[in-house]
Ligand binder design. Structure first.
Ligand SMILES: [Fe+2]
Length: 288
């Protein structure tokens, strides 16, 4: 039996991130995928307009928040999962390989034993291909490493939330130059997604539209196979890896990578306040 599937998506233009809310019907359990905590890097101030829009939608539709799902430890925005959990409930989940990402960045930030590297900050770690439920909807966690070692694409019915693997066909694919990233691995992960039935709907985690095009975040396996500028059918692994490596060498670090990674490997929890009541983040000098 194929159950109906409702998907409501919110686009954060400050970080070009799309948050998806997935549910069967009003009043049902839902999953919130990749929620954003607003953060102003100039002032170091957080705010919750984006997360409050998620809360308003969830409440307006009588949804019960069962899951707060991260596709990976994002480098471009801070996660609002703990804020949403406090307001709405739900379990925070991420791929089990987050432990490798925690290990890599614990060195960069010299966290030592201040931060566990076993994923225990999260409520649930998804094994590759693990199945789970969102109410009556059946879901599956597809391990799609490459952008980071821990990326998960969440498949629910005929929809896949691809995280940072594919972008829209005219934008291409995610970068692979962060610690633990691997272009060859991303190629294999994307080809796995593109082996799904052609009509499978793919929902992006980001869109960076070229000038003149509005932001979009929904496409299909068929569209990506026909037209993705980096990885359409006919482009082999060696050519993809050469393109990706060359392109990544030209990309600046994302504006929020230092605050975002520190917070997101800790399941979105901000550091504890110091004795003056203020929370601080670290900036490693000359380490990136
Ligand atoms: Fe990312």
């Amino acid at each position: 039996m194929t159950l109906p599937l409702q998907i409501h998506s919110l686009f954060d233009s400050a970080t070009s991130t799309v948050t998806h809310i997935v549910y069967e019907a009003d009043g049902a359990p839902c999953a919130v995928i990749d929620p954003v905590l607003d953060y102003d890097p100039k002032s170091g101030r957080t705010s919750t307009q984006s997360a409050d829009a998620v809360i308003a939608f969830v409440r307006a539709h009588g949804l019960q928040t069962q899951w707060l799902l991260e596709t990976h430890a994002h480098a471009d925005h801070l996660s609002a999962a703990p804020y949403l959990q406090h307001q709405l409930g739900g379990k925070i989940g991420i791929g089990a390989a987050i432990c490798a990402v925690q290990g890599a960045f614990a060195n960069v930030f010299n966290l030592k034993d201040q931060a566990a590297q076993d994923g225990s900050q999260f409520d649930h770690l998804f094994a590759p291909d693990e199945t789970f439920a969102i109410g009556r909807l059946q879901a599956r966690a597809l391990h799609v490493p490459g952008h980071t070692p821990a990326d998960i694409a969440y498949m629910v019915g005929d929809a896949v939330f691809v995280g940072d693997t594919l972008f829209m066909p005219d934008v291409g694919t995610a970068r692979c130059d962060f610690p633990g990233g691997c272009a060859a691995m991303l190629y294999q992960s994307v080809r796995k997604l593109l082996a799904l039935p052609p009509a499978t709907r793919l929902f992006m985690c980001h869109d960076y539209p070229p000038a003149g095009r509005a932001a979009h975040w929904q496409t299909t396996v068929a569209d990506q196979r026909a037209g993705n500028i980096h990885i359409r059918d006919g482009i082999g692994e060696a050519d993809f890896v050469a393109m990706r490596t060359q392109r990544d060498a030209t990309l600046a670090m994302p504006t929020l990578i230092l605050p975002a990674i520190q917070v997101n490997i800790n399941a979105g929890k901000l550091p504890a306040p110091e004795d003056n009541g203020v929370r601080y983040l670290k900036v490693p000098i000359d380490a990136f």
